[in-house]
Design a protein around this ligand. Sequence first.
Ligand code: HEC
Length: 146
Amino acid sequence: MKKSFTLFSLLLITAPVTIALAHSGATGIVKERVDMFKKNQGNLKAIKSHIGSEDYESIVKLADEIRDWAVKMPEYFPEGSNEKPSEASPAIWTDFDGFKNAAMKNETAAKQLIDAAKAEDQKAVVDGFKAVAVSCKSCHQSYKLD
Ligand code: HEC
């Protein structure tokens, strides 16, 4: 009885640690790319608020980071690097050309947004922003598990 009680307390103590690890358990290249994707999402959010205030300079800078990452993205997906907790779909490697193409569309959309922001053309900026968001979503639909 005493023994099982001890074991139970031990479980209570260690359980939160285990849970925390499960959520941030990504290591190596998976962690690196997930961090980049999270940054991307932050950039997209920030761009949205800069569109509201017509702060084109900030938009250029943030969209440029999105473009940089789009160019590097395929290198961060070496074959078979989808162990848990990665959400990378195996489809990435059965259709790597399609995956690279999706990254290229993201790059092109980011370039469109950069050009629009440099021209301080608010309508084109909104269109560019939408194109970027669509390119994120469309890659996720084909190549990210959720
Ligand atoms: C060419 C494909 C592709 C494009 C383009 C792309 N993503 Fe992703 N994204 C992925 C894949 C694949 C994963 C899963 C990576 C993993 O878990 O190993 C992912 C994961 C993520 C995650 C999850 C990170 C986490 O918390 O686990 C976020 C957030 C994200 N992407 C945001 C974006 C945003 C924002 C854009 C556009 C600016 C974008 N992605 C463009 C393929 C893409």
